[in-house]
Design a protein around this ligand. Sequence first.
Ligand code: SF4
Length: 557
Amino acid sequence: MTTHETIEFDVLFVGGGPANLAGAIRLMQLAAEKGRELEVALIDKGAAIGSHAISGAVMNPVAIAELYPDYRQQGFPVEQTVRGDGFFFLTKKRSVKIPLAPRQMHNIGFPIVSLAKVCRWLGEQAEALGINLFPGFDGKKILLADDGITVTGVRTGDKGLDKDGKPKPNFEPGIDLLAKVTVLGEGARGSLMKELAGKLSIRSGRLPELFETGIKEVIQLPENHFFSDCAFNDIHTMGFPLDPDTPGGGFVYEMADNRIALGFLLALGYENPALDLYDTFMRFKRHPMIQNIIRGGKVVEQGARAVSTGGWFSMPHLAVDGALFTGNGAAIHNTPAIKGIHLAIKSGMLAAETIMDALVAGNTGRHTLMGYSRRIEASWAGTELREGRNFAQALAKKGPIKWIHLAAQYISKGKGLVDRLPSADDATTLKPLQPEAQTFSVETEKPVTDDPTMVDKLTGVYLSGTLHREDQPSHLLIHDRRVCVEKCYPNYGCPCTRFCPGDVYEMETRKDGGGINGIKLNFTNCLHCKTCDIKDPFNNITWTCPEGGEGPNYKQA
Ligand code: SF4
């Protein structure tokens, strides 16, 4: 039997995104104020802090200014400052600038950032405060006390298994990291959060989580580009290439050194199983307005990630005995504003304040840690979250009623016509594939041109820096492969082959043209976006952490 080394800390943060980095920093700030010594650790599955962090991202600076009032002077990485907002409706060939953007999308004065760089900067601050940072370590399993309800820490993943799961000569068993309080901040669809939801009732009485998946690129432009003499440098689009009943949209932000961040988000409650996420992204990029912006450029980085957008009513209960949940992994997101970084930072800070109270009181039980939930509710974060509480659910409605809901919510600051508007789980919304849709429209299958602004899926994977060792068990689990052949292909045409932006899933078609033999898994391409774990209509796919330190290697995203 494998034995696992044990290391104990006061507080363990699992996930090195903005929520947990800010949380760990705030905790050390409080410890210094109170003259307490704390052993604090933070693990992240990426090879380096920030290497799995990707976001738009126009950032509301309110939270970082609370954490570091002089953040700009301290070298916080800002690409550009928003000098004007451009909100556009796209038809197939044209673009119409909407004169009045919704109030939540007024971004003038906000920094445009790279989340990967922001996390690296926060990591440097955390390290300087004495926090033990362990990049390259994934949280593989939740550890519970004998009572079955108290979280005592996490076990990290084994390293050095072969593809059959047998130890290789360099095998290193996972380590049991124990803590008085464990903070899960894994980002959307965290695997430990999912495991915990199966054991403890953290989602009871909550609405289903809703998600969007975004593909984002950083594009290097020549000097004197579109934004050089443009009054706005923060663009959001709606409309083409999606139909009115499918929520999603594009963004383009100016970055430093003649680069732009360009991306497209698709709500995963979509119904058409023929829809291809990457294809949709390519269509967006082929629109004349976008072509005008990216002409002469070169894609230098690409990545993808799901975002939890359901908001207030879809948030889990935020604490259990010995643990609490931060950031987007807990559905903390302002969807009308398309922003979450500031809320993630604030959630981490409020978690830290609650943890310090609990440590001082010597009580890390659920009732003490639920003070975190009350802190969120009483803060500006709670006000924001409540204003967007029915938004993603309204977006998911079809036809004119969607716009009526949205208008009512806008006027009533969130309440709308139905307060706690119900919605369906994203895994349940696909309609059967129509026969005429059997030939999928896949722009990405067009011959790859030598246009460096348009890259195919596999080039995109390469540009994400993604690496996984081949000789290890697949971290993507297809539970019953007969379901793919006998149920998913006939009903939906295996949508995993189209919603996955990494070209991980491939249909093995039969030579007689009468269906498929199975699904081939190219797990080494996986971008860790989690879309398959969310959208698979039979819940037949589970995403688990691969060996720590693998996956994307974002530097500018
Ligand atoms: Fe995303 Fe799943 Fe594809 Fe990986 S396999 S890139 S998590 S959809």
